[in-house]
Ligand binder design. Structure first.
Ligand SMILES: [Zn+2]
Length: 343
């Protein structure tokens, strides 16, 4: 078996690792390793969510899987015969791993068309609504970024800035959003005249859409026509793809069901759940509208990030490798904190 790299952040990934005896667990013997450069000993699960898990890894995977299929924590605890606190702790660990995985893996996107939208939900004492901002790369159906918070300029900027940081520098996409006031300001700040930006404004009456208005905000008419001709998915300005993603997100998180008693008790819990869901949506679950012959394709495969659908086991087994201080701020406290540092 290939020896795992040293999990010590100050060691290089090529540091020499040797076998260092064994230790016993309920399910048998496990090998220990020692790093020759820093002298630290570790096992194959060190720095993964499986470390010191007193259950089988498959149980951990099943708990994460049930959670991203929209089962709430109490139901998971009853189904798997675990305590609620164990389920909550495991999901927190899984989310931490997924946050890092998303951050490391979603990069260098060639994004010809972006759609952005928000989902309204409640957190904690239900007093003020919280919004889940999302973006979607339409061509690959990849969900690159998400931000949770108030419907403010700051959060809108954080969302699009994060999406832009994951794109190739030469990318100047077609962007479509709803009529929320800050999108136009943020898009202008990030791209200037280099992109094509339009809005789709829907007027509803008695829960029915009575009017759809399509506005060209940045870019001349011929540039819109050119962008839409090049697009494989859209023939006119629309937000259908992001609205479909929002539906998938609502189905995949028990916190976001409508009229639920299971709303998130804190913003961090909601963010954790969304990181887990984003990882599952992008890398694990195959997308029905993306197919290559008989092969099911995940958004990450379509975007060229992976060669095949991954499993939750593979994601959770991946090591937390050393990150730069900036990246650590980004990964572990969310992008809004990073903006605060930069200001
Ligand atoms: Zn080391």
């Amino acid at each position: 078996m290939k020896k795992p790299p040293c999990p010590n952040a100050s060691c290089s990934t090529t540091a020499s690792v040797i076998h260092h005896g064994c230790y016993k667990t309920r399910s048998g013997k496990r090998r220990r390793y020692r790093c020759r450069s820093c002298g630290k000993t570790f096992c194959s699960t060190t720095a993964t969510p499986y470390h010191r898990l007193h259950h089988q890894r498959s149980t951990f995977d099943q708990v994460a899987h049930l959670s991203v299929e929209g089962v709430n924590k109490s139901a998971i605890a009853r189904l798997k015969r675990l305590s609620w606190n164990t389920v909550a702790r495991w999901l927190e660990k899984a989310a931490r791993c997924c946050r890092r995985f998303n951050h490391e893996q979603i990069n260098e996107l060639g994004v010809p068309e972006i759609q952005a939208d928000e989902i309204r939900t409640i957190v904690g004492d239900k007093d003020s609504p919280v919004w889940v901002f999302t973006t979607l790369d339409v061509w690959s159906r990849l969900w690159p970024s998400t931000v949770v918070g108030r419907r403010s300029y700051r959060n809108t900027y954080a969302l699009l800035k994060d999406t832009v940081s994951r794109m190739r520098p030469e990318c100047f996409p077609l962007i479509v959003t709803d009529g929320f006031e800050y999108y136009a300001k943020v898009v202008w700040r990030l791209f200037g005249r280099a992109c094509v930006y339009g809005q789709v404004i829907k007027t509803r009456r008695n829960d029915r859409i009575v009017k759809v208005e399509r506005r060209r905000v940045i870019g001349a008419t011929w540039r819109f026509e050119q962008a839409l001709t090049q697009s494989e998915d859209s023939s006119k300005l629309n937000t259908s793809f992001i609205e479909r993603l929002n539906l998938t997100i609502r189905q995949g998180s028990s916190y976001l069901y409508r009229r639920t008693i299971c709303h998130a008790r804190s913003k961090n819990r909601l963010e954790d759940q969304l990181e887990l869901l984003r990882c599952y949506y992008n890398f694990v679950r195959s997308h029905r509208s993306l197919r290559r012959g008989r092969q099911a394709v995940t958004p990450a495969m379509q975007a060229g990030l992976t060669k095949r659908p991954l499993t939750l086991r593979e994601i959770f087994s991946s090591r937390i490798l050393p990150l730069s201080p900036n990246a650590i701020a980004h990964v572990f406290t969310g992008i809004t904190a990073k903006l605060r540092l930069a200001a």
